[in-house]
Design a protein around this ligand. Structure first.
Ligand SMILES: *Cc1c(COP(=O)(O)O)cnc(C)c1O
Length: 457
């Protein structure tokens, strides 16, 4: 059979878009460990979760048996405004690197939020509106999640309060304005507006905040105000479920041309884009019908997989959220303030943690100066200004392609290009000025926060 010429961009027809999300947990023999109530030490029930999350999302969070969950029409019609997203063959980058490798990236930056986060934001806002809620609260780090959620909430007429990590609030005023334009109110975290915020400020005056603190504040406000629930943009099983559209579209596009990837690479903060991208491929791997190398890339300054411990831990610094069994650096771990590249969460999705623990995927950590070097190389040849987070995956994709150059192997590499970097120009400025540094936590730093892990039987 003659090989079809592969276009620069493989688009799917609307009719070829997935109409269900794929729940990878259904095909896992070792299921991810359940969330635990820190008060009782027992797995959280739907009843206990429902004051925090809306009902339908609680059901999705706990469902580890249903393989396909139908995407409601209201969500599908929103998806159609910006999806399917293109799968791009990086012909120009391949040529520049003079590699025999074939490189593809799935580009999720083609919407106003500039990232894949909209895929879950719209789902979570939909279920909140369907339940008749007044609004939702959340945290945001770099601001992509808050932006995505503000778009989703304005679409479904929901009130939104965003706790934004203080260092980002100050460094990224433009993100903040986008959120306010979509009608969200944005509070720098830690703040004096919550009990937990006041406590954290008293203990750590002058702190620049962390995602963990912001989560604690957002949960407090959601549970204290009737008609409000909390939503989270990463880590949770429901978020990985919604993000499976990335992987399903990628697989459908590759299948159209009979392409089978050898290596699939994604950056990992809380694990949502990676979990979504790899879902159908990992499903095949779990069933033994195909094999792929799957690589998670994380920052050397926040190395949950590569230097963390697989244990139950709090998802937030304030220690009020449920306990999740995951690779963690300890909920009191706060990455160095000079870390500019996102992916700052101390833990990792329980699904990915279990898969990593069982040997189904690899993880590497990379330093931010080398990440920005890859970002710049990519921007100059492929034309897209990548988000620093996404650039972690670019770094490792380029490294894999360069290895192929040495060995002459024609491997097919697929990576997730999760978003654009227009709001990350302070970080790019540091890199361009040559003042960006790498701060890698010492073993003592990590041991100190690991020592504070909660005791769980
Ligand atoms: C949030 C974000 C990430 C990291 O989050 P995951 O849940 O690990 O996917 C990566 N890239 C971009 C552009 C993001 O906004």
């Amino acid at each position: 059979m003659q090989e079809k010429k592969i276009p620069y961009k493989i688009y799917l027809e609307e009719s070829e878009m997935p109409d269900s999300w794929y729940n990878l947990r259904a095909d896992m023999k070792n299921k991810p460990a359940p969330l635990i109530n820190p008060g009782t030490g027992k797995p959280l029930t739907a009843e206990e979760l429902s004051p925090i999350f809306c009902e339908e999302l609680v059901a999705q969070e706990l469902d580890d048996t249903t393989p396909f969950i139908k995407i409601p029409d209201e969500i599908l019609s929103f998806y159609r405004m910006y999806r399917p997203s293109p799968l791009v063959r990086a012909y120009c980058l391949e040529k520049k690197l003079q590699t025999p490798a074939k490189i593809y990236y799935k580009f999720e930056g083609n919407n106003t939020s500039g990232s894949h986060k909209l895929n879950s934001a719209i789902a979570q806002a939909y279920y909140a509106q369907k339940q008749g809620l007044k609004g939702v609260t959340t945290e945001t780090g770099a601001g992509q999640w808050g932006t995505a959620l503000s778009m989703a909430c304005s679409y479904f007429d929901l009130d939104l309060k965003v706790f934004m990590v203080k260092v980002s609030y100050e460094q990224k005023p433009f993100r903040r304005e986008v959120m306010r334009t979509y009608g969200a109110s944005v509070v720098p975290s830690p703040s004096e507006t919550t009990e937990i915020g006041k406590k954290i400020l008293a203990e750590h005056p002058g702190t620049t905040g962390s995602l963990g603190c912001a989560i604690s504040e957002a949960v407090e406000v959601a549970t204290k105000n009737p008609g409000y629930r909390y939503v989270l943009g990463s880590v949770l099983n429901q978020v990985l479920l919604h993000q499976s559209v990335i992987g399903l579209e990628t697989k459908a596009a590759l299948d159209k041309y009979g392409i089978k990837p050898d290596v699939i690479i994604g950056c990992a903060g809380g694990g949502s884009n990676l979990g979504g991208l790899i879902a159908p491929f990992m499903g095949e791997k779990l069933k033994g019908t195909a094999d792929y190398r799957i690589v998670a890339v994380e920052p050397a300054s926040c190395p949950s997989f590569t230097r963390g411990t697989f244990a139950y831990d709090f998802c937030d610094t304030g220690m009020i959220c449920p306990l999740a069994k995951m690779y963690t650096l300890g909920s009191s771990f706060i990455p160095s303030a000079n870390h500019a590249g996102g992916l700052r969460f101390h833990g990792m999705s329980t699904i990915l943690s279990q898969l990593y623990h069982d040997g189904y995927m690899e993880a590497v950590s990379v330093e931010q100066t080398s990440v920005f070097e890859a970002a710049e190389q990519f921007a100059r040849i492929e034309g897209i200004l990548p988000a620093p987070e996404s650039s972690h995956a670019i770094r490792v994709a380029i490294d894999e392609a360069l290895k192929c150059k040495e060995t002459g192997e024609e491997k097919t590499i697929v990576f997730g290009l999760t978003g654009t970097g227009y709001f990350d120009l302070v970080a790019y400025e540091q890199y361009n000025d040559g003042v960006m540094t790498d701060t890698i936590p010492t073993d003592e730093d990590i041991a100190a926060s690991i020592a504070k892990l909660p005791k769980v039987e």
